[in-house]
Design a protein around this ligand. Structure first.
Ligand SMILES: Cc1ncc(COP(=O)(O)O)c(C=O)c1O
Length: 383
């Protein structure tokens, strides 16, 4: 069966699992910063932990943080767990990004940060976003932090400039479903060395080295992932995931969508072995991105145009973390493709504004709601 995604891992990454890898985290930070055109980069155990740490390090508390309703729920959890309140913004149906008219209207005197996600690898309009933040800072007389969420969009470009290279900070995540993986892990990148130093110092004061057991578990996890995502075995993985609770410990526990919750190890530093895998993946990154762009173009030209299907745009500079089609009857389409040996994803299958744990905010994001019920993702990773 063709998996809905497949991490591009092989001998290079396996070799990294069995080396000492001393100093790999610092090396990964340095090479990551170079690759993604930043002055510096600071590593974390998860992307959400990086977002949480940034808000704490710069002292954003008790404020409203603008973010899309249609993104990974853990972003909202990072906002809430740092004692802030998410302000959910609806999306555009053409590229799934946050609607910037609504962002502008939502900025108020309590807004201290905006998290701008480049959803599914589609670049946000950075010119408009940056001008909007500048105007709002002048109007309200205080800093409004701009965090670009690049977790779906490694290396995407807006009008020829790489996303994440402006604003105050950019965040990247490296779990196995991301463009490149470091098993788990996250990274913040900065254009301002003083700010990077401040966040690194905060991390070093609050995060502790992970223990040896976790280092072993991470190695075993990557080996298991390699086996589980092999096309010859994936039918069994799919069956175990769909029909039994056996894999929940490895999959669902990491994403408790409707609970404001972080994994217990969110204050561990990134492991050297994770960084060593990340370093190997960085070398493959141009090829991985090219594969995604080629796949998106292939689907655009070759998928059957069934009635009611809405195809995603092919956009200059996009890197397609997902190829997302809206369909009238998602369950039926997923079942039909499963019978043909193709697993379609259903990301993102919720609007955060609708989740019970955020119901007291009474947010209404109708387009995010409509979208989350109808999306299927075609794999952009299998060659
Ligand atoms: C858009 C986006 N932002 C942030 C994150 C957080 O990353 P992590 O799962 O490493 O905490 C994710 C994770 O899946 C994501 O998709």
């Amino acid at each position: 069966m063709i998996p809905r995604f497949k991490p591009d891992i092989g001998w290079a990454e396996f070799k990294a699992l069995f080396c000492l890898n001393r100093g790999a985290v610092e090396k990964f930070e340095k090479e990551f910063a170079q690759t993604f055109q930043a002055v510096d980069a600071v590593a974390f155990p998860y992307g959400r932990s990086a977002q949480w740490a940034f808000l704490n390090a710069v002292g954003v508390k008790g404020s409203e943080i603008i973010m899309p309703a249609y993104t990974c729920s853990v972003v909202a959890h990072a906002v809430s767990l740092s004692d802030n309140t998410p302000r959910f913004i609806d999306i555009n149906l053409d590229d799934y990004n946050m609607n910037l008219d609504e962002v502008e209207a939502a900025i108020n005197k309590n807004t201290r940060a905006i998290i701008a996600t480049h959803t599914f690898g589609y670049p946000q309009d950075l010119d408009r976003l940056e001008a909007m933040v500048q105007r709002a800072e002048a109007r309200h007389g205080h800093k409004i932090w701009l965090m670009q969420d690049c977790c779906h969009a490694f290396g995407a470009e807006w009008k020829g400039r790489m996303i994440g290279t402006s604003g105050d900070v950019a965040v990247y995540a490296f779990n196995i479903s991301k463009v490149i993986t470091s098993i788990f892990g996250g990274m913040l990148t900065f254009q301002d060395q003083a700010l990077a130093n401040k966040v690194r110092a905060w991390r070093d004061a609050h995060y502790k080295p992970a223990n040896w057991l976790k280092a072993i578990q991470r190695r075993l996890y990557l080996l298991a992932v390699y086996v589980a995502f092999n096309e010859k075995i994936y039918g069994l993985t799919w069956w175990l995931q769909e029909k039994t609770p056996l894999l929940n410990r490895f999959t669902k526990a990491y994403h408790l969508d409707d609970q404001i919750h972080f994994p217990p190890d969110y204050l561990d530093k990134m492991l050297d072995v994770e960084a060593a895998v990340g370093l190997k993946q960085l070398k493959k990154y141009p090829r991985i991105i090219q594969c995604r762009r080629d796949k998106a173009r292939y689907y655009d030209q070759n998928l059957p145009r069934h009635e009611g299907w809405v195809f995603p745009p092919i956009v200059e500079g996009a890197t397609y973390s997902h190829y997302t089609v809206r369909v009238p009857d998602r369950a039926e389409v997923i079942q039909d493709y499963a019978k043909k040996g193709v697993h379609l994803g259903e990301l993102i299958q919720y609007s955060i504004a609708d989740l019970e744990c955020y119901s007291k905010l009474n947010s209404s994001c109708p387009l995010a709601h409509e979208t989350c019920l109808s999306t299927v993702n075609f794999s952009v990773t299998v060659k």
